[in-house]
Design a binder for this molecule. Structure first.
Ligand code: CTP
Length: 426
């Protein structure tokens, strides 16, 4: 690839032991033909040397805001303009706090304020610092402003504790960066041959189709009360919906997750609205869909609910009792009918005739796309992996069995492409 066509990634390293992983990230990005420049905070230089990063990136490393030699060459404003994307890895609690409040007291924070490039953060810190309400509020604020946070992951930490706070691995971050550009390239194929002198702006990362879009997702099971202590429900864990919410958030979307009762943590930067019954989920979904661009229904909504709810616990009496059930509203059908311009995606969990049943649902529920997955025999529900067929009016695609988190990223990439191509009804 010619130097001029290479995508330009600015990697900013803040103070944290995870900085050693950033060396590997830079090596991977160079191997993938990205142009990489690195800036480091003073604390970062205590963990890893600028010389290492210079050798790996092939460019001088930027460390000072007011370094006369640097300002004469590529100063902070040039660097801010130069970047197609900024990735802060590791992003410490301190830099997140500074970014959230617009503080510009060193090179990285000043660059971020002065740049229009998409800003991505890979947080890394002690788990208690990550859980601290101040850090959580800063993370929320950054996510609301369209800054994308990746991770942190959970596991053993350098400080000897275990929990959420580990920076994502170099391979995961490299993959995230590659995908950002892959999406943009696919959407801008026509620009590729354009060697017009003015194409430097076109060459920049163009916002991806989900950037700042409102994505509404239903997830988990519903609970249909029989009496104050009993209910009808199903085996849905909510993992797929939660993984999709994270994937959509990582693509720059503002995500609202309407969730039935699950044992999962609310994903960072995602608004979670907790519900119990199908009726509650129906009411919330119709209300939230008003401001959504994309609706993804992954919830395993109970098709039926007890006709009557006993107000007191039902006592054991007769040998046999009959529970009368009545059909619940179809949330997905109602949303797609009431908001025809919304891009709607359904899920079809089937034990047999996967494709046929999914195609029927695609038509019957007036959807733009359906994701069909086999369930039963230890497949689908409550599992960590899944395998799916994605079907739309003129296409179909199989995604092999893989972790739900990886699958969710692939599904969101496809949703994002189909969404970019779908006609807007007015
Ligand atoms: N769905 C919904 N509201 C319902 C039932 C289903 O929003 N009351 C959504 C699910 O979230 C999923 C899709 O519709 O995206 C298909 O769900 P599924 O249970 O497979 O479809 P049903 O219409 O209930 O068909 P059946 O149970 O007969 O297979």
């Amino acid at each position: 690839m010619s130097e001029a066509n290479k995508k330009r990634i600015l990697i900013a390293i803040s103070g944290g032991i995870a900085a050693y992983k950033t060396a590997e990230l830079v090596r991977k990005l160079k191997k993938d033909d990205f142009e990489v420049r690195v800036c480091m905070s003073r604390a970062a230089c205590e963990f890893i040397t600028p010389l290492t990063m210079q050798a790996l990136s092939g460019n001088p490393v930027h460390t000072d805001l007011l370094d006369p030699t640097a300002e004469a060459g590529m100063g902070h404003i040039e660097l801010a303009r130069w970047a197609d994307m900024i990735m802060i890895a590791p992003a410490s609690a301190n830099i997140m706090a500074k970014l959230a409040h617009g503080i510009a007291d060193d090179l990285t924070t000043t660059l971020c304020l002065a740049s229009e490039a998409p800003l991505h953060l890979a947080p890394a810190m002690n788990r208690i610092m990550w859980q601290n309400p101040a850090t959580r509020a800063n993370a929320e604020l950054l996510a609301e402003r369209g800054i994308t946070l990746h991770g942190p992951a959970s596991g053993e930490q350098a400080c000897g504790e275990s929990g959420a706070g580990r920076m994502l691995e170099a391979a995961e971050l490299a993959d995230i960066i590659r995908r950002q550009f892959a999406t943009n390239n696919r959407n801008n194929n026509n620009d590729d041959d354009d060697d017009d002198e003015n194409d430097s702006d076109d060459d920049k990362v163009l916002s991806n189709p989900l950037e700042n879009k409102q994505v509404l997702i239903t997830a988990g099971p519903t609970r249909e009360a029989i009496d104050p202590v009993r209910f009808i429900s199903n085996r849905s864990s909510g993992k797929m919906g939660y993984a999709l919410a994270e994937a959509a958030r990582d693509l720059g979307a503002h995500v609202t997750l309407i969730s039935g009762p699950v044992a999962l943590e609310a994903p960072q930067g995602v608004t979670v609205l907790a519900v119990e019954s199908a009726q509650e989920m129906h009411q919330k979904a119709l209300q939230q869909a008003q401001s959504a661009d994309i609706f993804i229904a992954t919830a395993a909504v109970s098709d039926y609910a007890p006709k009557q709810q006993a107000t007191q616990k039902i006592k054991k009496q007769a040998q046999e009792i009959t529970l009368e059930l009545t059909q619940n509203p179809d949330i997905l059908s109602d949303v797609s009918r009431q908001y025809p311009s919304l891009f709607t995606v359904g899920f079809a969990a089937e034990t047999e005739k996967l494709i046929k049943h999914a195609e029927d649902k695609l038509k019957r529920k007036k959807l733009d796309m359906i994701v069909a997955n086999p369930v039963g025999d230890n497949q689908g529900f409550d599992q960590d992996t899944n395998q799916v067929e994605i079907i739309w009016d003129q296409g179909q695609l199989s995604l092999p069995e893989q972790a739900k988190s990886a699958l969710a990223k692939e599904i969101m990439q496809i949703v994002s492409q189909r969404f970019a191509n779908h006609p807007i009804l007015v």
